[in-house]
Design a protein around this ligand. Structure first.
Ligand SMILES: C[S@@+](CC[C@H](N)C(=O)[O-])C[C@H]1O[C@@H](n2cnc3c(N)ncnc32)[C@H](O)[C@@H]1O
Length: 295
């Protein structure tokens, strides 16, 4: 099993300071890279959540040596309250959310996250529920699709791309991710050597749409804040500006107070160093923000 090094591993562990011991919730456990680092650094116990049941066996294998200190749960982090209540847990000693999808999901055959291979148009992180990409595309209008691609992909050619996708759907020319990538590539003006594939932004947008990734992110952060003991911390890693904006503003609002005061520890987000980006190009857009519960 080849598992990538978790993004901003050292920096995340530093922010969470698990030397304080106790229960850390890894809200996006994935294949367990960050959880392993937290356990190595002294966290007593980790409760790991992931909405993708298919990654949990990989996490279980990676974390086998700590199996008495880890519990893995198939759950959406937006249901954190219910997960904690079911276990009789009131307060926690730290939480991490490493948002978005993982490289394991991207590379997994048959999931539909990658445009580099002909896969079914699914893209759901949780294959036990929700609509697949092809189901959503089935009755979408070009205007709605253009809005999705513009808003979630920040793609300036959103209208052309949306029209081309809907036309291909109507001709029944869209059955795999490779078809979709080809339609997108043909619909945008040739840009010579671009750093990224012309379908990158649209695939990001469609993934966010299928998985409702931005919905409830702010409420989830408030829930974590309520659950943290005084003096303990939350760390969040995001991979695109839409997500990062929500994290930044929600943490700032929590800092301004009310009954739940948090102190933001990262005025500017922590970014990976050059070495990490060379080792792991996916880290290039990562931003880590952290906050501490102060009352
Ligand atoms: C970037 S990966 C995490 C990688 C992990 N930190 C590691 O070291 O292996 C993000 C993970 O979050 C999961 N995820 C995304 N949205 C989620 C949600 N709303 N609730 C729970 N898990 C979610 C994805 O399925 C994916 O496995």
């Amino acid at each position: 099993m080849i598992l990538h090094e978790p993004v901003l591993r050292v920096e995340t562990v530093e922010q969470l300071a698990p030397a304080g011991r106790g229960l850390i919730v890894d809200c996006t456990v994935g294949t367990g890279g960050h959880t392993a680092a937290l356990l190595e650094a002294g966290a007593t116990r980790v409760l790991g959540l992931d909405r993708d049941a298919e990654v949990l066996p990989l996490a279980r294998e990676r974390l086998a040596v700590w199996k008495d200190r880890v519990e893995l749960v198939h759950a959406d982090y937006r249901h954190l309250d219910a997960v904690l209540e079911r276990r009789g847990i009131d307060q926690i000693d730290g939480a991490l959310a490493d948002l978005g999808h993982s490289s394991v999901q991207l590379d997994a055959e048959g999931r539909g996250f990658s445009f580099r291979r002909p896969d079914p148009l699914d893209m759901r992180m949780d294959r036990s529920q929700g609509q697949t990409l092809i189901e959503l595309l089935d009755d979408v209008t070009p205007t709605t699709l253009a809005d999705v691609i513009f808003e979630y992909g920040e793609e300036r050619h959103s209208r052309r791309i949306a029209r081309a996708i809907v036309a291909a759907r109507d001709r029944s020319d869209l059955s795999t991710t490779a078809d979709l990538a080809a339609v997108i590539r043909r619909s945008v003006p040739y840009r010579g050597h671009s750093r990224i594939h012309p379908a990158t932004r649209t695939f990001q947008a469609l993934r966010i749409w299928v998985n409702h990734e931005l919905d409830g992110l702010d409420e989830f952060l408030r829930t974590v804040a309520r659950r943290l003991k005084t003096g303990t911390r939350l760390a969040v890693i995001s991979f695109h500006s839409l997500e990062d904006r929500i994290v930044k503003y929600t943490l700032r609002e929590l800092e301004r107070g009310g009954e739940l005061a948090m102190r933001v520890l990262t005025r500017k987000p922590i970014r990976p160093g050059r070495d990490e980006v060379v080792r792991n190009p996916r880290a290039r857009s990562a931003k880590l923000r952290a906050a501490e519960r102060v009352s």
